[in-house]
Design a protein around this ligand. Sequence first.
Ligand code: ATP
Ligand code: MG
Length: 399
Amino acid sequence: MTPSLPLLPGSLINGRPVMLGVLGGGQLGRMFVHAAQSLGYDTVVLDPDPTSPAGLVSHQQIQAEYADPSALAELAARAQAITTEFENVPAEALATLARQRPVAPAAEAVAIAQDRVLEKAHFVRSAQSSGVSPAPYAVIENESDLAGVPSDLLPGILKTARLGYDGKGQARVATQDELIAAWRDAGSVPCVLEKMLPLTLECSVIVARGRDGQMASLPVQRNLHRGGILSVTEVYENNLPEALALKAQAATRQIAHDLEYVGVLCVEYFVLEDGTLVVNEMAPRPHNSGHYTVDACDCSQFDLQVRTLTGLPLPAPRQHSAAIMLNLLGDLWYDAAGNPRELPWREVLALPGAHLHLYGKVEARRGRKMGHLTMTGASAADVRAAALQAAALLGIEAF
Ligand code: ATP
Ligand code: MG
């Protein structure tokens, strides 16, 4: 039986608080669990790893693969509503769960976000209303598609249609021969070739959309990527020209509306040298670039995820502090010679407005997201000064 919404905080089912389920046990799941628990909900996490960041802090964990039918049945039995923190969860798993419980986001939306071919086609559709298009691209599914690639897409970036993240599954190609080699290297799987664009900056926008279509959007986030991985997010007044910020927010709302999306959605954008805004990709969940909302806004992206899932109201979030988030990758846990090192947390935490979040991961690996540090301040100048001090202490390159 599908329980009726809203699932109000404090309501009991068989003598226990309402239990919310999440597919995936990574750091995004961990922060969802924190937000759910602060409203008094119980939580259950489905993840195969017994030491997953979210599993470690959840009331319950079902330790199994995401597609395991008996584990999904168990999740639907225990949880009154279910969300995902993991983009590559099989869409069928969400569809199965949705037959028994409210699920947000829906399987259809996740299936589109998982596949760059479907995702780009969706962006092209939304561009008719928003005027914000994706980079020029071609779909490559077989050898004859390769031969037909227009030469003005080169130099370009070949991206696998599925399972790419943090720059994985991507190759930069300058010539037709390099393109052919890269496509074969990628295993001859479906890909998109995108024209390489002259970026001046990157940004992202998060919206939350309820089942009734009501939306709440967060401020535009200015992002710096290094080595294909998000490194720094800066959010304060005039972090972007206002016209661009408004355009990105409107385009994000249009994309969510056209998907009939329910839940938290993040859309990434490029700004080109001539000022054009280009839509890059979307994530059907909270996003690394939205972590600052926990410390700098009166409603975080994870609060919004709980609210959209349970059918609670979505008042407009307000950012109360200028914020800069520094991603803490596993690289920082090693010195230049590759030996493990102590991080200067005492000095970092002595800085005003320092909010350290570590995800409970024991093993630091290069490129692994171990945590993040959000610096908050009264003004952009204050927060930049403090964040640059923190970066220097941690060995993060200045920005
Ligand atoms: P994520 O971790 O955000 O999911 P991803 O692996 O899916 O990353 P993209 O966001 O597609 O990858 O690309 C990673 C980065 O590569 C972008 O943030 C941007 O810096 C650069 N990039 C991607 N596509 C282009 C392009 N067409 N032109 C120029 N730079 C690009
Ligand atoms: Mg990206």
